[in-house]
Design a protein around this ligand. Structure first.
Ligand SMILES: Cc1cc2nc3c(=O)[nH]c(=O)nc-3n(C[C@H](O)[C@H](O)[C@H](O)COP(=O)(O)OP(=O)(O)OC[C@H]3O[C@@H](n4cnc5c(N)ncnc54)[C@H](O)[C@@H]3O)c2cc1C
Length: 337
């Protein structure tokens, strides 16, 4: 147990937040020990993976931070051409995906290079390039922090949706995810229909791509579009893409003919939040050390010494101005701590 520790290395916004208590969770025994200790009596507790989807609002976190560092990946053959892969929550997501891709297993390649750890991947049902974790998710193992009981959650119990799950909503903070089981394919069916994957693969000179090629292509695209948190603090997309009814979209389209939206099921359209922010005039804007990324309007950045409140206040100004211009309320994707 460490006291009064800076969380700067543990959040990708690079905020210099102090935490009252920080403990590394290397295995289940660590959690059981902490639960029995006096430290468990503190009111506020936070489970932290890679800190790539968190915004600390205050300079001091007066609680206990559990840093997920448990490791382990195991692979079990299933019938047919499938494998079940179990990964511990503290495994680095990118490293895990790379290992699966290198083994030739399909299903995770479109989720290459998403920062963070395995345990957080079901939290908001991470997604990219037409694939979401729910597409490969089988089950997760968790501890109920109220009772200490171990519980399994099947996919049907997780209420996965666009950038959400039951763990981000009703059960927020209640369960500590220990490990996640995924079902992957030995004969991968590639999903190349999203964004510029096909163009990048042909630019790479590949005729018959495999999972590794797709993973490399997506990594190339991501590197060219998204700021690297090691260079400039950010948490990826700050807001979710708003989902509106087709009729609302039709009205907006009449007023803003070049509005960007993708039709979903159930007569709904997912609007590109980045387009709304850009058209509201925020792309590249900067106030002090907080700003909107120059090339990616959905990403808010910390140029150095911004505080969590600076970033939050800036985000609320963007939210207000998008609402005034388009009548659409942007919902943050990032978890406010
Ligand atoms: C450059 C960049 C690009 C990104 N691109 C994408 C993208 O393409 N798609 C996407 O979906 N996201 C993206 N993200 C957001 C982020 O990487 C993901 O949401 C990721 O899964 C967060 O993992 P983490 O370990 O950093 O979670 P953290 O930020 O540490 O935690 C996020 C939330 O999960 C909780 N949590 C973490 N671990 C556990 C656990 N073991 N048990 C219970 N609760 C837990 C935390 O308490 C917190 O509420 C991006 C972020 C960045 C910085």
């Amino acid at each position: 147990m460490r006291r009064n520790v800076t969380l700067k290395p543990y959040n990708t916004f690079g905020l210099d937040v102090m935490a009252a208590y920080v403990v590394s969770v290397n295995d289940i025994n660590d959690i059981e020990r902490i639960r029995k200790s006096g430290y468990w009596q503190v009111e506020k507790k936070l489970i932290l993976g890679g800190g790539s989807n968190c915004l600390f609002l205050d300079d001091y976190y007066e609680g206990l931070v559990l840093l997920m560092n448990n490791k382990g990946i195991s692979i079990n053959e299933l019938t047919g051409d499938r494998v079940m892969v179990s990964a511990a929550a503290g495994e680095d997501w990118t490293g895990f995906v790379q290992r699966m891709v290198a083994s030739g297993y399909g299903g995770l390649e479109n989720l290459s290079m998403i920062p963070g750890k395995v345990g957080a991947s079901p939290m908001q049902n991470v997604g990219a390039y037409g694939v979401e974790v729910k597409d490969v998710f089988y089950r997760l193992h968790a501890m109920d922090l109220e009772t200490g009981k171990l519980v399994d959650f099947e996919a049907s119990e997780c209420e996965f949706g666009y950038r959400t799950s039951v763990f981000k909503t009703e059960l927020h903070g209640r369960y500590l995810i220990l490990s996640v089981d995924f079902i992957l394919q030995k004969q991968p069916v590639l999903n190349l229909n999203y964004g510029s994957i096909k163009e990048e693969i042909s630019r790479m000179g590949i005729q018959n791509p495999g999972v590794l090629d797709v993973s490399i292509a997506i990594s190339n695209i991501r590197r060219s579009k998204l700021p690297d948190p090691l260079q400039i603090g950010n948490a990826g997309s700050f807001f979710k893409n708003p989902v509106v009814h087709q009729l609302v979209f039709d009205d907006l389209k009449r007023e803003f003919p070049d509005i960007v939206g993708h039709s979903d099921k159930n007569q709904t359209v997912k609007l590109a939040a980045g387009w709304l922010i850009e058209k509201a005039g925020w792309k590249g804007a900067r106030v002090g050390d907080v700003g909107v990324h120059q090339h990616q309007a959905l990403v808010l950045v910390n140029y150095g010494s911004a505080t969590g409140r600076d970033i939050f206040g800036f985000a609320m100004e963007i939210q207000q101005s998008v609402k005034e211009k388009f009548g659409i309320v942007l919902e943050p994707e990032v978890n406010m701590i």
